[in-house]
Design a protein around this ligand. Structure first.
Ligand code: ADP
Length: 486
């Protein structure tokens, strides 16, 4: 049975409201393309109301600003308990709207709980310093919450990313207006209801569903918004960075795309490397920004690796995401499926060797076979552009020096990985590769404590942990003149 859809309106000032225009838009199931709900379509007028509510909630006398930092932490912690209480429902709804398989939805929602609790524990750890400043002065710094924050979400990890960004901002004492992705509007509304139940005062969290050019741009241009936190494409990330400087000077945290290299050395343990490399690119149908989409395999084990990789890929069970036995589900929508199939065609045309997969599965929903290309070269489109689909591109290399330079020959820099049994090789690669996260003998290992973000065009800033909470604050220096020396 399909999960019940409880909320479809906008959430402003702790109330459920229709869009000012009265408009709605359809949201679909990626499994069969059917319409599963009509959701209020927010626009500039609704963003204006939501930002005004968030601004009132940020006033120094507001109930939110009157709370002790530890009380904010308690509310965030309570929210995590409510997510745990409703975890089965949230997991089902995430799978239904996004197409992620139930097991992956469990992983994402479990990670959301961890990240909410990590943010809760940071709320009363935000502090300044006392500074031995020159002169007869007593000087200290404080951390001041930055203000109203705009949070713009992608569709690939709706609950996890909502939880991470919103709770980090709340831990710092900010208020937020969230614009979920138009493909996946449903779970953000449930989370908003749980935040209200946890005791978040009105106006502190607002959710305005809608599209990028409408609600999204209204938020990024709003002069009362102090910061934008965004996860999504490089293309939109650049637009947001530009918009941030138009009507005021917003701070930005941008977590963007990647073309992450994963290196398999001759001395790697293949029993480990083959499944990790497969999971690195096929997990969630390749729809993760850190997907290991350039797989560099050293020449001594190249042929053996190809054989094992194909064997492994053929075991992946693709099907209805809500069937617990399924390992891979559909792509998010027709547009993304068409784009990924287009990349597969380019791979074939440009001379890569198709070892398995390469086609759409069936004619309903947006399913693609796990696909492997071998003999990929750095100049091919599938080695250069982010595919965001279940396509493993395998490239051959000879030396460590060569693979370091080839890894770095990209405008992206989100993640990288290496499988080797040589400590020296692992350390050399980790030292020289240009990436925000480097995994050694593992891949996709995320924790709420470790900074996450990109070099180069993969982003600006880092998420997770106390440093991330600090990025939602401004530093204030307070300087007291002291009376004459005693
Ligand atoms: P993807 O390619 O993964 O769909 P996008 O970067 O296009 O990612 O979209 C991610 C989020 O950014 C979505 O919530 C989308 O509505 C929003 N968005 C798209 N264009 C803009 C824009 N010009 N300004 C602000 N937000 C936008």
């Amino acid at each position: 049975m399909a999960p019940q859809i409880k909320y479809t309106k906008l959430f402003i000032d702790n109330e459920w409201v229709d869009a000012k225009s009265g408009k709605t838009f359809d949201t679909y199931s990626p499994h069969d393309g059917s319409v599963i709900a009509k959701v209020a379509e927010g626009d500039k007028a609704d963003i204006d109301l939501a930002v005004a509510a968030a601004k009132r909630a940020f006033h120094r006398n507001s109930p939110w600003r009157q709370l002790d930092a530890s009380q904010r932490g308690e509310i965030i912690r309570k929210f995590s308990d409510l997510v745990v209480r409703d975890i089965d429902y949230l997991t089902e709804l995430e799978s239904y709207n996004n197409g992620m398989v139930l097991n992956n939805a469990k992983v994402f929602v479990g990670s959301a709980v961890n990240v909410i609790r990590s943010a809760a524990s940071c709320a009363d750890k935000v502090h300044g310093d006392t500074i031995p400043a020159d002169g007869e002065v007593f000087t200290y710094t404080t951390r001041h919450p930055i203000g109203v924050c705009g949070i713009i979400l992608p569709w690939n990890g709706p609950i996890y990313l909502f939880a991470n960004k919103v709770c980090t901002a709340l831990a710092a004492g900010c208020t937020v207006v969230v614009k979920p992705a138009e493909q996946t509007p449903l779970t953000a509304l449930v989370l908003a209801a749980l935040l209200k139940e946890a005791g978040v005062p009105k106006g502190v969290v607002n959710v305005v569903n809608g599209f990028g050019p409408g609600a999204g741009t209204a938020l990024t241009h709003h002069s009362d918004v102090a910061k934008i936190s965004f996860t999504g494409s490089v293309e939109v990330g650049k637009l947001i960075q530009q918009a941030a400087g138009v009507n005021n000077l917003k701070r930005v945290t941008l977590e963007l795309g990647g073309k992450s290299p994963l290196v398999i050395m001759n001395d790697a343990d293949l029993n480990l490397a083959v499944p990790f490399a497969a999971n690195g690119v096929f997990f969630h149908q390749g729809q993760v920004c850190v997907a290991a989409s350039r797989l560099y395999v050293q020449s001594g084990i190249y042929n053996k690796f190809l054989e094992e990789a194909v064997k492994y890929a053929k075991t992946i069970k693709v099907g209805n995401p809500r069937d617990p036995a399924t390992q891979n589900g559909p792509q998010i929508d027709n547009e993304m499926m068409t784009k990924v199939l287009g990349y597969i065609e380019k791979g074939k045309k440009e001379g890569a060797k198709l070892l398995c997969g390469g086609n759409r599965i069936g004619t309903t929903g947006y399913y693609i076979q796990p696909t492997i290309f071998a003999d990929v070269t750095d100049d091919m489109t599938i080695a250069k552009e982010e595919i965001f689909g279940p396509v493993q591109s395998i490239l051959k290399f000879d030396t460590l020096e060569e693979v370091i330079d080839r890894s770095n020959n990209t405008n992206y820099g989100l993640a990288a990985g290496i499988f080797t049994t040589s400590l020296n090789t692992a350390l050399q690669y980790s030292k020289h590769v240009e990436a925000g996260t480097v995994w050694v003998n593992t891949y996709l290992h995320f924790t709420p404590q470790t900074p996450f973000g990109g070099f180069k065009e993969s982003g600006v800033g880092r998420e997770n942990g106390l440093d991330s909470v600090l990025s939602y604050t401004e530093v204030k220096t307070v300087c007291f003149s002291l009376p004459k020396k005693v």
